[in-house]
Design a protein around this ligand. Structure first.
Ligand code: ADP
Length: 481
């Protein structure tokens, strides 16, 4: 089995969120199962710089509407082969993968990710410039959403899977882009790529893919509803026979408190004592009062309404009266960043915020915090709540998407059954969040309950094994068909 895994970000080369983690870990797990998988990725400066050993370039035949590009071969630190698209005009610039230094979307994103989509399709067709030809193309999110459409109108195309990591981002562009990107004009219709008068990359993927997956079973149901379908619920409900929710796994090598180089003391489920040294280090590093007994809440994530960061900022002054401490790491919404820094300043020693992206600090927070906060309004899967459980840091989560599928509320029954692993609240408002945080603090002060909870969390199997097998089964069915 040969799989081309097309993605717009992959850890550790370029990362804005969970997609990057999945794009590194799932191909590695598939590789471990004997699948010949190669990752296709744009050659952003961060990628070219991090990969000094790029090998022999292959010229890609000029694609109408796109600048010239070449393919460079390399591999990820985990050994998975990489195909990097070198196209200086579209990818080699400052800023990030999707936005400039000021947080504004690149104005030519349609072309940038149109090229990624186009090359993914090309490599899977008869006129590919490579000898290696996949028999499955796996697309991820809107940035590769046009691949299934290109494949649909190509000769000798192979089956493709489209994975939705977050339906909120859809890649919607004006209608004239359709022909500029070399798509046939006839596909611009409701039964095609058209979405309320515009071109939607995401819709194109959902409409033309042979199979759709999303990153948790609960989210697979939610995206078929008006509440969380972002206008695509009708199409998704229509395609439900070809839609599967497969829970993401995590990279259990990278996220392992027994070996994590970002921690000051390692620990594991059998001996968790080393966790307290990380709490002390975290308190020190973030300028909080050093206190081993105060429950320390941690939050890591994009500062957006999706993540419910606004609720956390609102309850922060009450949260610390429980009493407790709070650490926030994230970036995004400018107003939320400002509020987080103000709180940090005003309640110095009790609340501390770091605005920015800091991989090492994110690991230390997962390990050093006592309770992890993840009150997302919606959450396709979510990785951070799985990391936190693996690090013995029970999460407080809203009952949505992948959070429901990965966290079991702590109550008498779940404790009795040995499955309690966090705290779940159902109404998305500040009082429910605060009451649940309070419930977590009460549990924290009961040493016996807390040890049980931490242990339950740490022994859970979040590896990719099962999920990679589920993808493998889908690929197999598609190839047979
Ligand atoms: P999403 O993909 O919606 O952003 P996930 O929970 O699936 O959310 O994945 C987020 C990933 O990004 C996690 O690995 C998390 O640790 C990381 N992350 C998010 N924000 C930051 C940040 N500011 N600094 C470091 N890591 C971050």
């Amino acid at each position: 089995m040969r799989v081309l895994f097309a993605t717009s970000e992959v850890a550790p080369l370029i990362k804005t969120g969970g997609l990057a983690d999945v794009s590194a870990a799932l191909p590695a797990a598939l590789s471990g199962m004997g699948v010949d998988v190669r990752i296709l990725l744009p050659g952003y400066p961060q990628v070219l710089k991090a990969l000094p050993h790029l090998q022999a370039a292959t010229n890609i035949p000029i694609q109408p509407g796109f600048p010239a590009a070449r393919l460079l071969a390399s591999s990820l630190p985990n050994g998975v082969p990489l195909l990097v698209i070198e196209c200086a005009e579209l990818y080699e610039r400052g800023g990030g993968a999707y936005q400039d230094e000021h947080g504004l979307d690149w104005p030519d994103n349609a072309l940038r990710f149109g090229l990624l989509s186009k090359i993914a399709a090309l490599l899977s067709c008869a006129d590919s410039p490579l000898d290696w030809k996949p028999n499955i193309v796996h697309c991820n999110d809107w940035q590769t959403g046009l691949t299934p459409a290109y494949l649909h109108f190509s000769d000798g195309a192979v089956p493709c899977v489209m994975t939705v990591h977050n339906l909120a981002f859809q890649g919607v562009f004006p209608p004239q882009i359709v022909t500029e990107l070399g798509l046939p004009a006839e596909c611009f219709q409701p039964d095609g790529v058209e979405f309320y008068g515009n071109l939607s990359f995401m819709k194109a993927g959902l409409y033309y893919a042979d199979h759709i997956t999303t990153v948790s079973p609960s989210y697979a149901n939610e995206i078929q509803t008006d509440a969380l379908g972002f206008g695509l619920q009708g199409l998704l409900a229509y395609r439900r026979e070809a839609l599967t929710g497969i829970l993401n796994g995590i990279d259990t090598t990278e996220w392992n408190p027994a070996t994590d180089p970002n921690l000051v003391h390692s620990y594991d489920a059998t001996d968790i004592s080393g966790k307290s040294a990380n709490k002390r280090e975290l308190q020190k590093h973030m300028g909080l009062h050093i206190d081993p007994d105060l429950p320390l809440f941690g939050l890591v994530g994009r500062f957006t309404p999706q993540k419910g960061v606004d609720l956390v900022l609102e309850i922060a002054p009450q949260l610390i009266t429980l009493p407790a401490q709070l650490i926030l790491l994230g970036n995004g919404d400018v107003e939320m960043q400002r509020t987080a820094l103000e709180l940090s300043h005003h309640y110095s020693g009790q609340i501390s915020a770091y605005v920015g992206f800091d991989e090492a600090l994110s690991h230390l927070i997962e390990a050093g915090a006592d309770i992890f906060l993840m009150p997302s309004r919606f959450e396709p899967c979510g990785l951070s709540q799985m990391y936190s459980q693996r690090y013995g840091t029970p999460p407080v989560v809203h009952a949505t998407g992948g959070l429901i599928d990965t966290v079991l509320d702590c109550n008498a029954a779940s404790l009795e059954q040995g499955v309690a692993s966090g705290f779940v609240f159902h109404s998305m408002n500040t009082s429910s969040l605060l009451a649940t945080a309070q419930r977590a603090v009460m549990a924290y002060h009961d040493k016996k309950i807390w040890r049980t909870l931490q242990h339950n969390c740490m022994v859970k199997d979040f590896s990719w094994r099962q999920s990679a097998t589920a993808y493998y089964d889908i690929y197999t069915q598609l190839i047979r068909r």
